[in-house]
Design a binder for this molecule. Structure first.
Ligand SMILES: Cc1cc2nc3c(=O)[nH]c(=O)nc-3n(C[C@H](O)[C@H](O)[C@H](O)COP(=O)(O)OP(=O)(O)OC[C@H]3O[C@@H](n4cnc5c(N)ncnc54)[C@H](O)[C@@H]3O)c2cc1C
Length: 413
């Protein structure tokens, strides 16, 4: 069967691309390896700016989030209130969210095929693309939205696969009244290099569930088990059961660390985690996957109108990705990432930033926006750098001297 566009992967990146391409009237097929309503290992925290693409109905965005709590081994709870509509967010199960996004794209006219893993993609010079799975399809162009599960497809097409870190998570069954009382509408983030050298841990509240996990370079089961023993967590989840999904209580999944250099070739564009678009400050990638999916779908339509799916035509995707996702966002996330995770001062910087924010509304808002995306990463970086002497004072001379090489490297990114 022949389509104008085939999208491989039905996560937020693929579903958003499918909706936007279908809205322009082209014939779109999205092929998803998993069955309908699959479980996805993800904390499911999203900022309100996801509504740039589709409204989020009540029930899908299970719990509204209006603040956060930070912990380091020395300090915490360091609470912040994220008031105002632009600072709001949601915590939800990806099962519901991804199904909702796929339903929306189906309503827009995309055809969705579940339970079909694409095994091979062939690009024939001058001809259509062949997509080979349980069945064979043809299309003018392919969007790869496979998350980090499509490495073989990418490599076989001569495309890079992003570097990645590992996440481990469980969903703990907790009555809603207890979630309300003990966690409220807050995301809880833990920064502790003794627990995990290059990463974070979290508790994200849903309606009757807590997503509890760790993520970082080399994250393993022992890091997750150690986090469950954190006295603050242990006391609150003692005796509670982990929910079972697909026969498993604890799930592991990777998340990319960096965007790939060339996310396209003739007739192919790569979006979302497959392209490495996730933001490595707090390791969130849903919004970024959707934005890249939207851009790819728009570039596809321009190429479709010109009947030109060559490398030069699709390079527009990379250009727009750099403009809207890299220049003022990911580039600065990499600077923050470097400063936080490569300086050996993760906890000290978090504590100092929080202290500075207490009597500095601009610093507070720019810190909050690292969670909510309400301001660009460039803005948050500029605010932090304009207070670097205050930071030096709070870190102390010894730590500041230690910070200098990392800071110089971060400034060069
Ligand atoms: C533990 C953990 C916690 C996280 N928490 C958050 C968070 O709170 N907030 C946030 O924003 N991000 C979070 N993320 C990141 C987020 O999950 C990803 O960035 C996001 O899912 C990327 O979306 P995507 O559409 O690119 O890929 P995915 O969501 O991974 O979707 C890819 C889809 O492609 C399908 N697929 C793969 N290969 C094939 C194939 N060959 N044929 C057909 N289908 C295929 C898969 O089955 C999958 O459904 C977290 C990640 C992890 C690991």
């Amino acid at each position: 069967m022949k389509y104008d566009l085939v999208i491989v992967g039905g996560g937020p990146g693929g579903a958003t691309a499918a909706k936007i391409a279908a809205e322009s009237g082209v014939k779109v097929l999205l092929i998803e390896a998993a069955e309908e309503s699959r479980y996805k290992c993800c904390a499911g925290g999203i900022p309100i700016r996801n509504e740039d693409f589709t409204p989020i109905p009540k029930g899908v965005g299970e719990r509204e989030i209006t603040g956060g709590v930070l912990f380091t081994p020395k300090s915490g709870p360091m609470e912040f209130e994220a008031s105002g509509k632009e600072n709001k967010g949601y915590c939800m199960f990806r099962t519901d969210f991804d199904k909702y996004l796929l339903d929306v794209s189906q309503d827009a006219g995309a055809q969705i095929m579940y339970g079909a893993r694409v095994k091979r993609i062939e690009i024939n010079k001058g001809n259509a693309v062949k997509i080979i799975g349980p069945q064979e399809f043809q299309s003018e162009c392919v969007i790869l939205a496979t998350g980090l599960g499509g490495g073989i497809l990418q490599r076989n097409l001569g495309l890079e696969v992003p570097p990645m870190v590992n996440g481990i998570q469980a969903e703990i069954d907790v009555p809603e009244s207890i979630v309300d009382e003990q966690f409220g509408n807050r995301v809880w983030e833990f920064f502790n290099r003794d627990l995990i050298e290059h990463g974070i841990a979290w508790v994200f509240p849903k309606s009757q569930t807590l997503s509890v996990g760790v993520l970082g370079k080399g994250a393993k089961m022992n890091h997750f088990e150690a986090f469950l023993k954190n006295p603050f967590i242990k006391e609150k989840i003692e005796g509670r059961k982990m929910r079972v999904f697909g026969g498993r209580k604890v799930w592991a999944a990777p998340i990319p660390d960096r965007i790939i250099m060339k996310p396209y070739r003739d007739r192919v564009m790569v979006v979302g985690d497959a392209c490495g678009t996730a933001d490595p400050i707090l390791y969130e990638g849903i919004y970024q996957a959707r934005l890249s999916g939207k851009i790819a779908a728009e570039v596809f339509y321009q190429a479709y109108e010109k009947e030109d799916f060559g490398d030069a035509s699709l390079s527009k995707y990379h250009e727009l990705l750099m403009k809207y996702l890299y220049q003022e966002e990911l580039r600065y996330s990499y600077k923050f990432h470097h400063l936080l995770y490569h300086s050996g001062l993760l906890e000290r910087i978090i504590e100092a930033a929080y202290t500075m924010a207490q009597d500095d509304p601009e610093m507070m808002q720019s810190t909050i926006s690292l969670f909510t995306g309400s301001e660009t990463r460039k803005h948050s970086w500029d605010v932090m750098m304009s207070r670097k002497w205050k930071l030096v004072k709070l870190l102390g001379i010894k730590n500041s001297v230690k910070l200098v090489p990392t800071l110089i490297k971060a400034l060069r990114i």
